[in-house]
Design a protein around this ligand. Sequence first.
Ligand SMILES: [Zn+2]
Ligand SMILES: [Zn+2]
Length: 140
Amino acid sequence: MSGSSGQCLCGAVKIQGKGAPDIGSCHCEMCRRWHGGPAVSVGFEGGIEITEGKANVGWYQSSEWAERGFCKTCGSTLFYRTLDGAYWMGETGSFDLPEGLKINRHYFIDQKPDYYDVKDDAKKLTGAEVMAMFASDGAE
Ligand SMILES: [Zn+2]
Ligand SMILES: [Zn+2]
């Protein structure tokens, strides 16, 4: 299975995304606070594995259903995942991704601030549409 390797800024945490990557950008207020700006995240069809430095990953539970992972040494933003582990996204900046990839979806477009624009052709979902999508997936 193809994939992409990655790491945090200091290299203490090494990760592997398995299979084809799928990039999405989230504009919700929580993601913007966590990232310091809009999130451009990546999921992989075969999931993500922490291959080195698992103990160096700190987890912050950001909602009743999800937590966010970061490197305890350099503070790099690394992961967003549901508590049941069914949905696990990494960050595009962490991975050595192949050239030519594009953002496939924008989430919470209705929470996007005015100071940047989104002008690509990717699908744009409002917060309500995102919640409906997760509800139909069986995730909470
Ligand atoms: Zn680090
Ligand atoms: Zn978000």
